[in-house]
Design a protein around this ligand. Structure first.
Ligand code: KG4
Ligand code: ZN
Length: 355
């Protein structure tokens, strides 16, 4: 892990806990410096179900929590008593899973006598980039794409609130990757497998639909996404192939599907930034690890004079460092900590960054 940059030496030491889905994440940061990012994933336990099973995730968090906290402290070379504040994902996410993290964070806050910050998972996906690329440009346009969310947010000060500009009206981008992977016989979670398969494929092999991009749709849903029609189109195409007895060209279908998703995501993100006169786009969430999305966003944004920031893949998927990063920013900006009875709120609105 990195050495604290000089002006971070006296910055608050914050431990962040993330348990909104299937990753038990414990991160430790000092200011903008990442000291530890321990993650225990239960993804293998969900694979045979083709999606995350909430009860399985909750139990796994319970088992992984203490060892993951210990591992993070060891990596950071700190004792729990050194921590200045605890941050935890309060929501949105799976209710039972969130509860495990929130309960652990409360126990630490009480035991150590330190303040607790219950934060929004989506805002944490934005804040994490500070650990890699320094202070966030203000304002910036954040595109969050993962298994549970696909949103375009205008961010002025991530500790004060974020402004939703658009989101998916049906499936999340990562959900579409996971469902299409399943159709193609690829393992769960499907994103990385489609990404890999697509490298050998032809992205113009099938012209799959681009959701909510017709002139009429743009009137009502300029910055919204829809991926369920695309998923159905892939299913129909694959079924037709199978019925005719011909083999399904997995790499070509993966590449064509991926192109359709990345085309719409990048087009709308750049349009949203340009419409607000914003010159910086930040991409976060698991799907931000997608190689085509990164390349296309870079190519199209630079043609418009817009910069793109994407954290490295390990910080894009769910982790504790992102929660610690947002917590550290809350402390630095003097935000009031959360009450000790803060809730785990599975449907916490994106506008509420600190509970
Ligand atoms: O942010 P994340 O770890 O958890 C959620 O909050 O959902 O995102 C997981 C999602 C999964 O749907 C996974 O398939 C997708 O991110 N993903 C990818 C890639 N890596 C992970 N999607 C496309 N390409 C990738 N390389
Ligand atoms: Zn997430």
């Amino acid at each position: 892990m990195s050495e604290p940059v000089s002006n971070d030496r006296n910055a608050p030491l914050v431990l962040g806990i993330e348990t909104s889905c299937d990753e038990t994440g414990v991160g430790i940061v000092r200011g903008h410096t990442l000291l530890a990012d321990a993650v225990a994933s239960s993804v293998d336990e969900h694979a045979r179900f083709g999606g995350v099973v909430p009860e399985v995730a909750s139990r796994a968090h319970l088992e992984a929590m203490v060892p993951t906290i210990e591992r993070a402290c060891e990596t950071a070379g700190i004792r729990l008593f050194d921590v200045d504040a605890i941050a935890v994902t309060s929501g949105p996410g799976l209710a039972g899973a969130l509860m495990v993290g929130v309960a652990a964070a409360k126990a630490l806050a009480v035991g150590l006598g330190k303040p607790i910050y219950g934060v929004n998972h989506l805002a944490a996906h934005v804040a994490v980039d500070q650990l890699e690329h320094g202070p966030l440009p203000e304002p910036c346009l954040a595109m969050l794409v993962s298994g549970g969310h696909s949103s375009l947010l205008r961010v002025e000060d991530v500790t004060a609130g974020v402004d939703p500009m658009g989101s998916t009206i049906d499936d999340a981008a990562g959900e579409a990757f996971d469902k299409v992977a399943r159709l193609l016989g690829l393992p769960f979670p499907g994103g990385p497998h489609i990404d890999r398969a697509a490298r050998e494929g032809d992205s113009v092999y099938v012209d799959f639909p681009r959701g909510l991009t017709s002139r009429r749709d743009l009137e009502r849903h300029r910055f919204d996404f829809s991926f369920s029609g695309l998923k159905t189109a892939v299913a129909r195409w694959v079924e037709a192939r199978e019925r005719s007895g011909e083999p399904v060209p997995v790499a070509d279908v993966a590449a064509s599907f991926q192109e359709a998703v990345c085309d719409v995501l990048t087009r709308k993100a750049i349009d949203a930034a340009a419409s607000e006169g914003i010159e910086d786009i930040l991409i976060g969430g698991g799907v931000a690890a997608n190689s085509r999305l990164r390349a296309l966003a870079e190519e199209r944004a630079s043609a418009r004079g817009i910069r793109v920031r994407v954290p490295r893949p390990g910080l894009c998927t769910d982790n504790g460092a992102m929660v610690a990063a947002l917590g550290a920013e809350m402390v630095a900006r003097g935000r009031t900590p959360s009450p000790l009875d803060l809730p785990a709120d599975s449907s916490l609105p994106v506008t509420e960054v600190l509970v």
